[in-house]
Design a protein around this ligand. Structure first.
Ligand SMILES: *Cc1c(COP(=O)(O)O)cnc(C)c1O
Length: 423
């Protein structure tokens, strides 16, 4: 049986292991639902980024929103990464994890003044600004604080939707970035505002991208702008090409990060921009295939039209299937011999949208532990407490070692900030 994603995930005998650790044993020891991440898989996913960028000024800024556990952030900080954050909360996490604020870029379409102040005080490397209105506010906040905000404008490269239908954030008509036509004027404005220092340009064209072509299209549009902006007298130091590289959930075949970056750098060099620092903001591609969600089979409900396999993880633990109809592989952590009937794998939440997988051939019995694969990105970070369900515990494995990197939430944790009316 071949599993999508990580080479660190494999059956030893009948028993699914992540690195050197049996997943069923982890579920027995720590309970379910349970997120488990492989430290080596994360570092292995980072390596091709670093290899492709070696020998030129660069920074890989891990996109915190994909998986913001402190131990995950620490792993990337220790490997030399910077961070792409989208809130003051994420900044606090990066600092708590030991990340270097001087390697942080602050993205997002709706930064508050308080978040701007917090980031200026921490000394983040750069604000990725998304509108003229934000630019004016950032200038005010920075000037009032007696600081200089380094800024990059997130430009919307308007990459052709017809050829690349999967791209959702780099098109006219979505909320992100400064329109291509307004970019030069907005840079001129940035250059004259107090409290700001223009340092770069950035774009982020979408997520789960599985082809090189849209990146090259976006890069060409960005380089066109760099040339126009510098001709208008505003120097640009770095180019930040965002994140978005896809992973294999089922049969997608995204380019390897080093192959993608190799092509992008070749284009950058060919167009005479090879002296510039290059930044990337990968999220999913660094952590997605490094994590699994373990869940125990509670009840089997064979039916006339559908067979339901009721498990103890739900849409509150893993929202991607309910939210995006995302397909994520589901396997039994213990191999069973014999037939594999077709099941809908569903959780206990009171919503018909609460499913983790539909029409899955699985040989299962109550008490088995299933693993939802490729759950390392946009899993725990999108988890909620819907139905007053405590969020899952999280573990990190490294070889044979296992660390609890987040305790399971208890019911009392969930309402400790609430108050009864006085009586
Ligand atoms: C979400 C996001 C990323 C990371 O995207 P992935 O698809 O997880 O690589 C990078 N940059 C920005 C601005 C983002 O919003």
């Amino acid at each position: 049986m071949t599993l999508p994603g990580s080479p660190f995930l494999a059956y030893r005998g009948d028993d699914l292991h992540l690195e050197g650790v049996s997943l069923k044993a982890l579920a027995q020891a720590h309970g379910t639902p349970l997120y488990v991440y492989s430290r080596q898989a994360m570092l292995a996913a980072l390596a091709p980024y670093q290899k492709a960028l070696a020998g030129r000024p660069h920074l890989v800024c891990y996109a915190v929103k994909a998986n913001s556990n402190l131990a995950v952030l620490q792993t990337f900080a220790e490997a030399g990464c910077g961070f792409d954050i989208v809130s003051g909360g994420e900044l606090a996490r990066v600092l708590a994890a030991g990340g270097d604020p001087a390697k942080v870029v602050f993205s997002g379409v709706g930064k508050t003044r308080a978040e701007m102040r917090q980031a200026l005080e921490a000394g983040v490397r750069c604000f990725n600004v998304e509108s003229t209105a934000e630019l004016e506010v950032l200038s005010e906040v920075a000037a009032a604080a007696g600081r200089t905000a380094q800024v990059s404008l997130r430009v919307n490269p308007d990459v052709d939707a017809g050829t690349h239908p999967y791209i959702s954030t780099g098109l006219k008509g979505n909320k992100f970035g400064v329109a291509h036509e307004q970019a030069v004027a907005t840079y001129r404005r940035a250059a004259e505002l107090p409290g700001l220092a223009v340092t770069g340009i950035d774009c982020h064209i979408g997520s789960q991208i599985t082809e090189v072509a849209p990146y090259l299209d976006a890069l060409d549009r960005v380089l066109d702008l760099v040339e126009a902006i510098e001709a208008a007298g505003v120097p640009i130091h770095h180019i930040d090409l965002g994140g978005g590289l896809g992973i294999t959930y089922t049969d997608e075949a995204p380019p390897a990060a080093d192959a993608l970056i190799g092509q992008l750098l070749a284009r950058i060099d060919a167009r005479g921009h090879g002296h510039r620092e290059v930044l990337f903001e990968p999220g999913r591609s660094l952590v997605g295939n490094a994590g699994v969600l373990l869940t125990e089979v509670m009840y089997l409900k064979p039916g006339e039209q559908k067979n339901f396999c009721v498990v103890d993880a739900a849409m509150n633990d893993l929202a991607r299937p309910a939210l995006y109809e995302a397909w994520m592989a589901i396997v039994n952590t213990s191999v069973r011999q014999g037939d594999a009937p077709v099941w809908d794998v569903v959780g206990p939440v009171c919503e018909s949208g609460d499913w983790l997988g539909r029409d899955r051939a699985l040989n299962v019995q109550a008490g088995d532990v299933l693993a939802v694969l490729s759950a390392g990105a946009y899993g725990m970070t999108m988890a909620s407490n819907y139905n007053t369900r405590g969020r899952a515990a999280e573990l990190m494995v490294d070889g044979e070692q296992v660390w609890v990197v987040r305790e399971r939430e208890q019911a009392a944790d969930l309402f400790k900030l609430e108050k009864r009316l006085p009586r």
